[in-house]
Design a binder for this molecule. Structure first.
Ligand SMILES: NC(=O)c1ccc[n+]([C@@H]2O[C@H](COP(=O)([O-])OP(=O)(O)OC[C@H]3O[C@@H](n4cnc5c(N)ncnc54)[C@H](O)[C@@H]3O)[C@@H](O)[C@H]2O)c1
Length: 277
């Protein structure tokens, strides 16, 4: 294979990519990489300031990007955002569903036994992760169905394979995201086009604002028992850094993964492979 053909495998230049939750820790790193690779990046986020700051940064380094305020739990808001992206760039080739997360109030502890976790908090976590992935897939999936091509990438988690202690709603919601990824991959290919692919990544443990309270002590920054246990069960011996996701993301979005759909790829330093023995 000559070098030009090889480069085309990973060529995502000239693609319009929508990233929900794009201003967050993991997805902002993806947005920077995608813009560096020549894509047009629409940063959809509830936090307009963070999204705009990221866009200014991307543009300053020569990238093409817009920020669009969007709530992934409100279909009208997503439809408005889609119109804004279409009006600016004329099409949408790729969707990354990055908005998601957990809440301390949905986490069990001595003060918060499972039996007392409030229904509205549990519902928030289910909606944030599962509905907040499904609704953008409806809106942008319709555009992909019409143009008969597209790529969707969802963000699942380690706890989708086997639930992690203390976070019942987040575990169930991310298991739902993995299941939905498989369902949508089959549906889009069978009903609309074999050139629409749907996959997910399952990041392992990345020290971010959503899980810092579980992995490190607030006062000292030292590892909690849970943080230590995670590292003991991660053969590569460290937490992930946001940039650790980028190679897998690029692969799944690019022509190199043209025959890959319906998979959930762990990016976890070996956590899911290790039995602990
Ligand atoms: N951090 C980890 O270790 C880890 C591990 C596995 C999976 N994940 C998943 O990766 C994804 C990104 O995680 P992160 O740690 O970078 O999160 P983050 O909290 O840094 O970013 C989330 C972004 O989503 C935005 N957002 C929140 N609610 C929204 C809504 N309703 N509509 C639109 N945008 C909204 C926020 O403003 C924020 O910019 C999430 O789905 C998370 O569950 C994270």
């Amino acid at each position: 294979m000559d070098i030009q053909t090889f480069r085309k495998f990973y060529d995502i230049s000239d693609q319009t990519i929508v990233v929900t939750g794009g201003a967050g820790v993991l997805c902002s790193s993806m947005c920077r990489m995608l813009a560096d690779a020549g894509a047009r990046v629409a940063v959809l986020d509830m936090n307009p300031q963070a999204a705009e700051d990221l866009v200014v940064e991307i543009q300053a380094s020569g990238g093409e990007s817009i920020s669009v305020v969007c709530n992934v739990l409100d279909k009208t808001s997503i439809e408005d955002a889609a119109q804004r992206v279409l009006a600016t760039y004329g099409r949408v080739d790729i969707l990354i569903n990055g908005a998601g997360g957990n809440k301390p109030q949905a986490t069990t502890s001595n003060d918060h036994p499972f039996f007392d976790l409030p229904a509205e908090t549990l519902r928030w976590v289910f909606d944030m992760n599962l509905l907040g992935t499904i609704l953008p897939c409806q809106v942008f999936g319709r555009i992909m169905a019409q143009q008969k091509r597209g790529v969707i990438l969802n963000i699942s988690s380690m706890n989708a394979f086997r639930p992690l202690t203390r976070i019942p709603a987040y575990s169930a919601a991310k298991a739902g995201v993995s299941n939905f990824t498989q369902w949508l991959a089959v549906h889009m290919a069978q009903e609309y086009s074999a050139e629409i692919r749907v996959n997910a990544i399952a990041p392992g443990f990345f020290l971010t604002e959503q899980n810092r309270f579980l992995l490190t002590e607030k006062e000292t920054g030292a590892l909690t028992e849970r943080g230590k246990t995670i590292l003991k069960h991660t053969p590569l011996g460290r937490f992930g850094a946001p940039d650790d996701l980028l190679g897998t993301v690029l692969w799944l979005l690019s022509p190199a993964a043209a025959f890959v759909t319906g998979v959930v790829v762990p990016v976890d330093g070996g956590f899911s492979a290790y039995s602990g023995v």
